[in-house]
Design a protein around this ligand. Structure first.
Ligand code: MG
Length: 353
């Protein structure tokens, strides 16, 4: 174990990167990713990188708030100072924890965890999904994620069977509503999904809906389809609340929003929670840290025994950006840890100069 550095030099670079194709979700159309890369360098010159990739409509801080926080910390920081950053800066804390680890403040022990994990193929919303299934199945994908709640409900419902018909043998479909439905609409979907190869339905109603937690628990109890919480988990304290409520559905974990993700991931593993790791549409820098957390998660072996395989990663999103250095690992049916370790944080940092 290396010794804890007494102080580190903090630098940050804000970025605004247009997506290669705008991302359409139940929240609307998202055209450009804004975030902040951070770099910490100790006095011996050891350097670590991290990324704050906020999603304000999830309830995270904004990129402006990350900027202001980093400026308030100044050029030289101590690990104690970094530890004292308030928890509500979940994205900034994630960036700083990753950079601190990279700078050698933590032990640089060899990665212990899985060598590879399956990945879900991301399909576009609406009818455009149909044209992509065959190609992705050919590549080897067997889990597909389709964004719903983006178009007219009846149109989307009628597309579901067309989409199911395109799926290869044994494949499963994830439906992600991004909280776009009301309770009645969610019920119609859950009824329809019950007899289809649907792995789970993600965030049927918004966490901002009146009594959302009760509605989600009610839907989970009333329908056989597994439900997944995503927008309902905007930070580590939300995970704690749903663990306390003994949620038996899926926890969609975007490590990028969870501060230093290690404590909350340990809690999820101890609770034998059903976890899907997911991208926050971050760059290669955040992707590396988030995927390292996923590959190291101790909860997977348990799932291996129970279901035969871990849930596919929700990281089938890259290439998201025009600049190659900003992209996380290209979407493939099985991601190797070696591909994660190969991501070049320094190149992404330098490309923003
Ligand atoms: Mg989602």
């Amino acid at each position: 174990m290396k010794s804890m550095p007494s102080r580190l030099r903090l630098a940050s670079r804000r970025y605004s990167l247009p997506f290669r194709a705008p991302v359409r979700t139940g929240h609307g159309v998202w055209a450009e990713r804004t975030g902040v890369l951070v770099r910490l360098t100790d006095e011996a010159g050891r350097t670590g990188y991290g990324e704050a990739a906020p999603i304000p409509w999830f309830g995270t801080e904004t990129a402006d708030e990350v900027d202001a926080l980093l400026k308030s910390l100044g050029e030289w920081v101590t690990p104690v100072q970094l530890d004292a950053v308030p928890e509500r800066f979940g994205c900034a804390c994630f960036a700083l924890a990753a950079a601190l680890e990279g700078a050698g403040a933590d032990s640089q022990k060899k990665h212990e965890g899985r060598a590879h994990l399956p990945v879900a193929a991301l399909l576009p919303a609406g009818r455009a999904a149909l044209a992509q299934v065959a190609e992705k199945a050919e590549m080897g994908f067997r889990v597909f994620k389709w964004k719903v709640g983006a178009f007219d409900l009846a149109d989307e419902l009628s597309l579901l069977d067309d989409l199911v018909a395109e799926l290869p043998e044994g494949a499963r479909l994830r439906l992600d509503a991004n909280g776009a439905w009301d309770r009645r609409q969610a019920e119609r979907w859950l009824e329809r999904a019950a007899e289809r190869p649907v792995e789970f339905v993600e965030q049927p109603v918004a966490p901002t809906m009146r009594g959302a937690d009760d509605v989600l628990r009610g839907l989970a109890a009333d329908y056989p389809v597994t439900l997944a919480l995503d927008e309902s988990l905007a930070g580590a304290c939300d995970v704690e609340r749903w663990l306390a409520a003994e949620w038996r559905g899926v926890f969609v974990v975007k490590p990028a929003l969870f501060g230093d993700p290690r404590p909350v991931l340990a809690r999820l593993a101890a609770a034998k929670a059903d976890v899907v790791f997911s991208s926050a549409l971050e760059t290669a820098v955040g992707a590396r840290a988030a995927l390292r957390a996923a590959f190291a998660w101790a909860g997977f072996p348990e799932k291996m025994e129970k279901t035969g395989k871990p849930r596919a990663l929700g990281f089938g999103v890259w290439p998201l950006f025009e600049g190659t250095v900003f992209n996380g690992p290209r979407a493939v049916p099985f991601l190797r840890m070696a591909d994660v370790e190969a991501l070049d944080e320094e190149a992404a940092w330098n490309a923003l100069s």
